[in-house]
Write a protein that binds this ligand. Structure first.
Ligand code: PLP
Length: 369
């Protein structure tokens, strides 16, 4: 039996430090916006290599507030178009539409990330920004995308909810390429809290200040409200827990890479298409490991076959955003690449706490199909 993801086992190696962190916060008598939040913000900013980090309530809020900050600063305006991937998790798109910007979908390349060659055709006179998603943990083609954004005077944002610690070989990290980046620390992410948590990273002090104010009722100074803000803050408990886990992030990403390499080497079933390993291993942190089948039938058959053998799988994601009821009729155009992917992808177990035997069991089951 290999479950898709065992959250209890995932956190077991940190049991002692997590318990101590929880006790420290309980004993401190200070629960919102205090020294653990500050320490985690500083530690995560340093880890990624940016100047400012602002803790918020969750990843969706991080995305939403980072975009709203640019609007409050007059750099984006309601109705401006933002390019987003057509195969992302819905949260990316929800954030763009929530603040009154218009999401415009760009189809992915074979590696599941936004295809830089399709950016030009997706642009109109109203396009003002690009929100990339390092989907499944793999960095997008940042050189090409940064170059495109710069040469067209567009703002660049990153959704790093699946890419904590992904780096180019020159050391530049997910979350450092654009004007701001959003992270989620949802429990299943590569760096996961024991509850909801999120963060905005930026090198721009104005963006950092506005995000911080927006997450605190729009207030920079107690009882003085500069913006119509919301309540979205990283609490001390989650910050302390994340601070305890951060030193182990690189090593747990490295374990994910080892597992991914084994999957790519040892899955030999000709019905299965494997992801391409990146040229530089550090570019991918394997938040999930996605295989593809040639048809929807094969995919569904394999999923049932694995389920019978006790191997858990999921589909990330079964319905692309443009086909969701919430967005019925809002996107013109056709998105055949995203649709074909949704029908043929399958996520197999991927977690730093999988044992070598677990990995062998998954590989054996897939090869037996
Ligand atoms: C998880 C995730 C989010 C949302 O994060 P929450 O903390 O759950 O709000 C946003 N974008 C992507 C790509 C995600 O995977």
């Amino acid at each position: 039996m290999v479950p898709f993801l065992d959250l209890k086992r995932l956190n077991e190696p940190y049991n002692d430090v997590l318990r101590q962190a929880a006790i420290d916060v309980a004993d401190s008598g200070w629960f919102i916006r205090g020294r653990y939040g500050e320490r985690f913000e500083q530690a995560f900013a340093e880890y990624c290599g940016v100047k400012y980090a602002v803790g918020v309530g969750n990843g969706l809020d991080a995305l939403t507030l980072m975009l709203r900050a640019s609007m409050e600063l007059g750099r984006l305006h309601a109705g401006d178009e933002i390019l987003v991937p057509s195969n992302t998790y819905i949260a990316t798109i929800l954030a763009v539409s929530a603040v009154g910007l218009k999401p415009v979908l760009v189809e992915p390349a074979e590696n599941f990330n936004m295809d830089p060659k399709r950016l030009k055709n997706a642009c109109s006179a109203k396009t003002r920004g690009i929100l990339v998603v390092h989907l499944y943990g793999r960095l997008c083609a940042m050189d090409e995308i940064c170059e495109f954004a710069n040469s067209h005077g567009m703002l660049l944002f990153e959704d790093c909810a699946q890419a904590h610690g992904a780096r180019l070989c020159d050391g530049r990290s997910a979350g450092t390429f654009g004007s701001a980046a959003a992270f989620s620390f949802y429990p299943t992410k590569n760096l996961g809290a024991l509850g909801d948590a999120g963060m905005v990273l930026t090198n721009d002090m104005d963006v950092a200040n506005v995000v911080r104010a927006l997450g605190n009722y729009g207030s920079e100074q107690k009882y003085v409200n500069k913006f119509k803000g919301v309540n979205s803050r990283l609490d001390e408990m989650q910050a302390a827990l994340l601070l305890a886990k951060l030193p182990h992030l690189d090593e747990s990403n490295e374990r994910r890479r080892k597992i991914a390499e084994r999957y790519c080497r040892e899955i030999t079933n000709s019905k299965v298409l494997l992801p391409e390993l990146p040229g530089s291993p550090s570019e991918h942190v394997w938040h999930v490991f996605i295989i593809r089948l040639k048809s929807e039938n094969d995919r569904d058959d394999l999923q049932r076959f694995l389920e019978k053998r006790g191997v858990g799988t999921l589909i990330h994601y079964p319905i692309p955003p443009h086909l969701q009821v919430a967005y019925a009729g809002e996107f013109g155009g056709e998105y055949p690449v995203a649709e074909a992917m949704a029908k043929t992808i399958l996520s197999i177990p991927m977690s730093p706490v999988l044992t070598d035997d677990d990995v062998s069991e998954v590989i054996g089951a897939i090869n037996a199909f």
